[in-house]
Write a protein that binds this ligand. Structure first.
Ligand code: NAP
Length: 242
């Protein structure tokens, strides 16, 4: 099987994707920003599937740090065949009150971080003429959301990046797709006030949040041979929210 890098895999959706891809038989690289102990615990769970696992801390917003990490991964495990750009943050606030720092921080991690890894790993995959890249967008990148102008802009940007990369990399055997989850149980949504959570739930046809495993199964499909003719697509998984 292949070698999969999953950014932001110390918890939440990224951790679920790492475990699913390990179960699929891929060697795994778990990235985190600071939760080194949590990343080590996810690594142990992945190792239980009998695959090679590296847990590495680096900031996806820092191009040089990404470059160093990708070179080390190539030396230690080989050329990556799967990249999941999952690392993401929120800094919510109404547009008129949003500080420029709040906007910049979210764009730096969610969009620039995705670009950094996509360019560095995509170049290696193009040379190898094989690879599958999955970027985590969000339904709010399609629909917009009050209080999330920065986050929605970053996730809309991820869709544009995905579609452009798919057109550039397709001829070299590299597929690039995105997943746009709705409201998924994780630390990111746990911090929301109860009234905001209830308002979101009322908009979901299935009347429940999604689980990280329900996103991981899509990443597994998109990176498998079953999706060998799918590129440039955005798979929405939101229980009927938008
Ligand atoms: P989460 O529980 O908050 O986890 C975020 C992960 O990203 C953590 O592993 C974190 O590492 C890592 N991370 C943050 N900044 C980073 C950086 N600069 N460099 C490297 N890693 C960084 O988030 P989640 O809910 O699982 O979301 C995962 C992805 O799905 C995100 O892109 C999010 O926008 C997207 N998404 C989530 C939902 C949802 O409802 N949860 C919906 C739509 C889209 P540390 O643990 O070290 O901080």
């Amino acid at each position: 099987m292949g070698i999969a890098i999953i950014t932001g895999a110390s918890r939440g959706i990224g951790a679920a994707i790492a475990e699913k891809l390990a179960a699929d038989g891929h060697d795994i690289v778990i990235n985190c920003a600071s939760s080194v102990e949590k990343a080590a615990a996810v690594a142990d769970q992945c190792r239980a599937h009998g695959v090679r696992v590296l847990a590495k801390q680096w900031d996806v917003a820092d191009y040089d740090a990404c470059d160093k990490a990708v070179k080390e991964i190539k030396e230690e495990l080989g050329v990556p065949t799967i990249l999941i750009n999952n690392a993401g943050i929120t800094r919510d606030g109404l547009l008129v009150r949003m500080k420029p720092d709040q906007f910049d921080a979210v764009l730096s991690v969610n969009l620039k971080g995705t670009f950094n890894m996509l360019q560095l790993v995509g170049a290696m995959m193009m040379r190898a003429k094989a690879g599958s890249i999955v970027n985590l967008s969000s339904v709010v990148g399609i629909s917009g959301n009050a209080g999330q102008a920065n986050y929605s802009a970053s996730k809309a940007g991820v869709i544009g990046l995905t579609k452009s990369a798919a057109k550039e990399l397709g001829a070299r055997g590299v597929r690039v797709n995105a997943i746009a989850p709705g409201f998924i149980e994780s630390d990111m949504t746990d911090v929301l006030p109860e009234d905001v959570k209830n308002a979101m739930l009322s908009q979901i046809a299935m009347k429940r949040c999604g689980k990280p495993e329900e996103i991981a199964s899509i990443a597994s499909f998109l990176t498998s041979d079953a999706a060998s003719y799918i590129t440039g697509q955005v798979i929405v998984a939101d229980g009927g929210m938008i």
